[in-house]
Design a protein around this ligand. Structure first.
Ligand code: PLP
Length: 369
């Protein structure tokens, strides 16, 4: 086995998915499993499907093409507005896409006609987080224009909170979204197939006591299914596991070193909050471990060391770790937990090998030899 390495427990992803899908089904909410943090990994996509998602969703057409090439033929939604330069690939690979620009939907329409296909449009509505979406006052006019486009089916409306400004999808936001959906259905005398209320940040609302689900019948879930966490708090959601992914790095140097740097000090390339210069105040020696992991492999600010180790800082290729109890030798691997951003970066890095574990046979926290 090689390091750095991402171990992926497909059984835990499937179990998380099953837990959430089963809790949302009685509320009338279907789930699209979001694969973007897994780089559209077909193995991860299949674990989500085994767990019961109704379809898949990804923000990149490249990832959707990767899943299609592996034979996945379920409904796939592109959850970022298509780039005009990729419209042809989007119509080819995705069944539907999130949209907020008429020029893009017009291009999708022309391309769908050309490809003798129908492309679904989920019209995104801005509810205050200030990322994607049209303003509520423009819904009616926009829907009339979409309905006039050949080759396009308006599948419904969607919204996305908690991603740009951390606006929480609480009961009042979701009630507002439901009434927008109902009004839009009335005005356009149609029934939407999908009223997509949001992402993993919506789970505390949807599964909370006394939630009024209203017209919402769909969520797009990534982080909660993959990492088990609520993005707005980082805490593990009830009944979910947060150890489906683990990153292993190999120890390449292990020494007792002074805990304070010496010489004139300037800035460093990766001089972020993560590089814990606070340790400068300490004079005693410390057990310093160098792990072959860096910004090219992961987001060092988003990885968690095992008990007995503390991360002191990272650069492109080196992670400096303090061993608090015992000093490992050169050669063993150390296991790290991952945040969403660390997972995304590790999945994307060509230096990190991906090891899929179908069943519970995870490698120990510090593995020798
Ligand atoms: C990333 C994304 C999601 C999934 O978000 P999670 O927090 O991972 O559940 C849903 N919808 C859109 C539009 C996204 O960009």
């Amino acid at each position: 086995m090689s390091a750095p390495r991402l171990e992926i427990r497909l059984d835990l992803i499937e179990a998380n998915t099953r837990t959430i899908v089963d809790q949302l089904a009685p509320l009338g909410i279907a789930v699209s499993g979001v694969t973007k943090a897994a780089l559209g990994s077909p193995e991860v996509a299949r674990a989500l499907l085994r767990g019961g998602v109704a379809g898949l969703a990804d923000s990149r057409v490249e990832n959707i093409e990767r899943m299609r090439a592996s034979g996945i033929n379920c409904e796939i939604l592109l959850i970022r507005s298509p780039m005009l330069s990729q419209v042809s690939r989007v119509v080819q690979a995705a069944d539907a896409s999130c949209n907020s620009e008429l020029s893009v939907m017009t291009a999708l329409s022309e391309e769908a006609v050309r490809q003798h296909k129908r492309h679904g449009v989920l019209l995104m509505v801005e509810l205050g987080d200030l990322r994607e979406g049209i303003l509520a006052e423009d819904i009616h006019c926009m829907i009339e224009r979409i309905q006039a486009l050949a080759g396009i089916t308006l599948i419904g409306i969607g919204t996305n909170l908690a991603c740009q400004n951390g606006v929480i999808p609480d009961q009042s936001k979701m009630a507002e979204f439901s009434s927008l959906a109902r009004e839009a259905e009335l005005q356009s005398s149609s029934t939407f197939r999908m009223v997509s209320g949001g992402n993993s940040a919506n789970l505390p609302w949807a599964l909370g006591e006394g939630a009024i689900i209203g017209r919402v019948d769909h969520l797009r879930l990534g982080e909660s299914l993959l990492l088990g966490t609520d993005p707005t708090t980082g805490s593990v959601l009830p009944g979910l596991r947060n150890n489906a992914f683990a990153l292993f790095g190999e120890v390449i140097e292990s020494k007792l070193k002074p805990s304070r740097p010496w010489g004139a000090l300037g800035r460093t390339t990766f001089d972020t909050a993560n590089n814990a210069r606070a340790c400068r105040s300490r004079l005693d020696a410390r057990k310093s471990v160098l792990v072959a992991l860096g910004h090219q492999d992961t987001d060092p600010g988003g990885i968690g060391p095992p008990a007995g180790f503390a991360i002191l800082g990272a650069s492109s290729d080196h992670l400096v770790v303090e061993a608090l109890d015992w000093l490992p030798q050169v050669g063993p691997e150390i296991r790290f937990g991952l945040s969403y951003s660390a997972l995304l970066r590790s999945m994307t890095s060509p230096f990190v090998s991906k090891e899929y574990l179908p069943r519970g046979v995870a490698t120990p926290v510090v593995k020798c030899g």
